[in-house]
Ligand binder design. Sequence first.
Ligand SMILES: [Zn+2]
Length: 148
Amino acid sequence: MFKRRARADREWREAQRAGQAMLAMHTEWPEPPVPVSAPAPATPTDAAVVPDFLPPDFRAPSRLDVSGLMMRWLPPLVIDGEVRQCPECGTYRDWIIFNMRDGAVWLRCQAGHHVQEPRLDSAWYNRNSGPVDSYHPNLEDGLRHLGH
Ligand SMILES: [Zn+2]
């Protein structure tokens, strides 16, 4: 019993930490710009246990419960010393940066063009993002929240 509680406690704290990491979305990515071969993890083991001292409704969503994280990036995005431009419209500032559950990083310019950025990953996103301040039921809601 003690062991189980300690384990649940630890998982709760991990879920809390993950939940605080970034802004997140609950729904599936609505329109993948290109085919992505990224099957969702079959059985997330570290999010499977519900802490027995709190009802499930009080749990913060963990990273595995959301389809992706997103943040607004206003200044020019410099990668490897080079300013990233939208390949379609040439804009280079005011991006929405997505970190999907599969680890892929996508950029969305203000005109709504999506482009994957393989040089960025979840580690980069985690280093550069602030705490999660809200959860959204769909992509549009998240974009509105971020001012796009
Ligand atoms: Zn664009």
